[in-house]
Write a protein that binds this ligand. Structure first.
Ligand code: AMP
Ligand code: MN
Ligand code: MN
Ligand code: MN
Length: 311
């Protein structure tokens, strides 16, 4: 297994049937509705690789009828306080979260932590360490791009000045300089594993990551199981280990997740007794396949993870 955790838009744009009726121009399904409106438990702000500042994200969520919002930036809790304040003022229930990248037997996996204590020292140290790894990796990616004749240093400037250096920043720079048509093209040409700009990163192990979330008082949710390129049996092995380590939830309804993937996730959640989580994986406005708060409903047979979160 050598896949990377795929990203945004990938499946939604390339995979036939990957969209679940939320394409441009179509009416969008409302997401799951909690007591106070829509529920969205997976979003990103400019504190990682989203385009909106945490406060602006929270404002947009309120305007879109989201009643429960989790901010889950990649390996960062920097935006939680600002988002929480705006949510409080706007009557939105805020769930402090994070999305941690980690390693499971050579496979990159993402785990969302919900209801975490943003001041937990171990979690903060974890994020700081991953931040350093990311910066070193970004420098290596820049060198690799330079080696194929691209302006690697200039291309990595934005990523290296961001709170968390991600390939999405690099993809945006490639697009801005006309070196790729769009984010997807940038990943296909340069940034996917095996492409000239890709550099590996030694993510912390899944075990340590799940423990870190639990230690910070949070619940661990396995993110976007359909995006790892794993076979059904590999996914079963991952979910079994995740559950044994203390994982509590699985993302079952995500924007851009087609019915077959959602059904597989639903079956896994039931088999392993995991609660179901839902979210958009929102990064920026203007991507119709990732609208804030809009995605398929959680199947009624699945226990919602919101029941495990403090009121
Ligand atoms: P990193 O964590 O630095 O490896 O960056 C991965 C981020 O890039 C993900 O969180 C997504 O936001 C984004 N991403 C990954 N793959 C793609 C893709 N094929 N198209 C667009 N964005 C992607
Ligand atoms: Mn991202
Ligand atoms: Mn992810
Ligand atoms: Mn995400």
């Amino acid at each position: 297994m050598t896949g990377t955790a795929g990203g945004s838009g990938a499946g939604a744009r390339s995979g036939a049937g990957a969209r679940s009726g939320t394409g441009a121009g179509e009416p969008m399904n409302p997401g799951p509705v909690g007591p106070g409106g829509l529920v969205d438990l997976h979003t990103h702000s400019s504190c990682s690789d989203g385009s909106l500042e945490p406060a602006a994200l929270a404002q947009l969520a309120a305007a879109r009828g989201v009643g429960t919002l989790a901010l889950t930036d990649h390996d960062s809790v920097a935006g939680l306080q600002a988002a929480a304040e705006v949510c409080r003022a706007g009557g939105v229930r805020f769930v402090p979260g994070v999305e941690l990248s980690c390693d499971w037997h050579g496979q990159e996996i993402h785990v969302v932590g919900l209801n975490i204590d943003a001041e937990d020292a171990v979690l903060l140290a974890h994020c700081a360490e991953v931040g350093r790894l990311r910066r070193t990796r970004m420098q290596r990616m820049g060198e690799r791009l330079t080696a194929v004749g691209l302006p690697g240093e200039a291309l990595t400037t934005a990523a290296l000045s961001a709170g968390v250096a991600t390939r999405r920043h690099l993809a945006r720079s490639l697009v801005a300089r006309g070196l790729a048509r769009d984010l997807q093209d940038a990943f296909e040409r340069y940034l996917r594993r095996g492409r000239p700009g890709y550099a590996d990163i030694a993510w912390p192990e899944l075990r340590r990551t799940v423990e870190c979330i639990g230690g910070a008082g949070g619940v661990a949710v396995l993110a976007h199981p359909h995006r790892y390129g794993l076979s059904v049996s590999q996914l079963g092995a991952l979910v079994a280990e995740f559950k044994a380590l203390g994982g509590e939830g699985l993302e079952v309804s995500l924007a851009g997740m087609g019915r077959p993937d959602s059904s597989r996730a639903e079956a896994l959640a039931q088999r392993f007794g995991l609660a179901g989580s839902v979210g958009s994986d929102f990064h920026e406005p203007g991507l119709p396949w990732r609208p804030l708060g809009r995605f398929a409903k959680l199947p009624s047979a699945i226990r919602p993870i919101t029941a495990s979160l403090d009121p």
